[in-house]
Write a protein that binds this ligand. Structure first.
Ligand SMILES: [Zn+2]
Length: 426
């Protein structure tokens, strides 16, 4: 039995006045998704929990059957894994922006003019060595990069150096566990005991110190780097500072196969999603032409998904464009990408036994951000207890036989349909 799980990032929406109070999914022409709804079971899903607005990383953890509250420490590790860094449980990973600071160290551009070519800069930074930890630095897409600290006595419980605003200086990294008077805070922060807390605080202080040293050294390397001198000559903002944020410790996720006894593959362009799948031990496929944007090559992704059929039981196909269009408030682009996803579903119907379609969260066009509204989900395939739902949308799915489920139960439901679940009890 083979399953395709299509996740359209941020596809779900709220009713939009300009669409006559319908959602983009309701307006979009989606004959294939509607066909799945007719011969499948529909429902709505709180990816994390009712009223909790999911991030893409926590949502995908849940959709892969992991409890995000047990496994999530920050987005850094998933971003780093998605960037192809071989992580070990216990590594501390951060997201990094190449940014521009002026001579007074004030951030003038948090994305260094959306710099594209950062390979030479990353190589220069990788040469920075500091006592106390191994530093692994990698550029990802555009102005983004990732930083991993490996070693003993490190912690992710440190603040960001990113001021998250232009016109401000980068912040000094500080341990997050320090109370103002240096007192030990009350339970539950000291869960695990005072001694453990004191250790955590020491590790956080060490990590903060290392990151501040690293930032300073990186600034010295970057400000005189030939790439930046050339950029300045051409009137472009130099990428002369690294803004660090989103620290997390690499979690130990029980590998997908060990958990479910099925082999999983992931076809995605977004580093964050690739990272979640990689840390879960799935095969992650790179697709040339898949950009993660609204113009991504969906046919190339469909082809890659079909290629994974041979060696895998479940293929996760992720499309980022729907989320991007929503963050931009672009109704037309959102409808278009939904219709384009619909148009590739045809190719899968004969090859996969089960096809499920859902979103990782709602991204509201009006709010231009994620919201906690549940997302629609449909599962189609042999043995599925069909219902009366005839179309695929937020409102139609709410009347379906799956009812309202949590994200972490989606995979167990699919795995049971695939005949791969084991009995609880005698
Ligand atoms: Zn998302």
């Amino acid at each position: 039995m083979k399953t395709l799980l299509i996740i359209c990032d941020g596809m779900a929406d709220r009713p939009i006045p300009a669409l006559g109070y319908k959602t983009p999914l309701e307006i979009a022409d989606t004959p294939n998704m509607d066909w799945l709804a007719k011969r499948g079971i529909s429902g709505i899903m709180d990816t994390i929990a009712p009223g909790t607005t999911p991030g893409s990383d926590t949502a995908h953890l849940a959709l892969l059957g992991y409890d995000p509250y047990q496994t999530y420490t920050g987005r850094g590790p998933f971003e780093a894994a998605g960037a192809g860094i071989d992580l070990k449980p216990g590594d501390i990973a951060f997201r990094v922006n190449y940014a521009t600071v002026d001579k007074n160290l004030v951030v003038t551009d948090r994305r260094a003019g959306r710099i594209q070519e950062t390979k030479a800069l990353a190589e220069a930074i990788q040469n920075i060595k500091l006592k106390g930890a191994e530093f692994i630095f990698r550029s990802t897409v555009g102005h983004r990069a990732t930083l991993v600290l490996r070693g003993k006595g490190l912690s992710h419980e440190v603040s960001d150096s990113d001021p998250h605003e232009e016109g401000k200086k980068p912040l000094k990294v500080v341990p997050l566990l320090q109370s103002e008077e240096g007192a030990v805070p009350a339970y539950p922060i000291i869960a695990g005991g005072v001694r453990k807390y004191v250790m955590r605080r020491r590790w956080a202080a060490k990590t903060a110190k290392l990151l501040n040293e690293f930032s300073q050294r990186a600034y010295e390397v970057l400000k005189k780097h030939p790439v930046n001198i050339e950029r300045a000559k051409n009137g472009l903002p130099p990428a002369n500072y690294l803004l660090i944020r989103g620290g997390g410790v690499v979690p130990h996720l029980v590998p997908f196969y060990q958990r479910f006894r099925i082999k999983g593959a992931c076809v995605a362009a977004a580093a964050l999603v690739k990272g979640v799948c990689k840390l879960a031990g799935m095969t992650v496929v790179d697709v040339p032409g898949a950009t993660g944007g609204v113009n991504t090559d969906l046919n190339a992704k469909a082809k890659a998904a079909l290629q994974q059929l041979q060696d895998h039981d479940l293929v996760l196909l992720h499309v980022k464009g729907s989320d991007e269009a929503s963050h931009d408030g672009n109704i037309k682009a959102k409808i278009e990408i939904i219709e384009r996803v619909d148009s590739i579903i045809n190719q899968f119907i004969d090859s996969f036994d089960f096809i499920a379609v859902t979103a990782d969260h709602t991204t509201s066009i009006s709010v231009k951000n994620h919201t906690a509204d549940p997302v629609p989900v449909v599962i189609s395939g042999p043995g599925v207890r069909t219902d009366d739902v005839r179309t695929f949308s937020e409102r139609a799915a709410a009347k379906g036989g799956l009812g309202r489920i949590r994200g972490k139960y989606l995979l167990p439901i699919i795995i049971d349909l695939m005949g791969k679940s084991s009995k609880f009890g005698a």
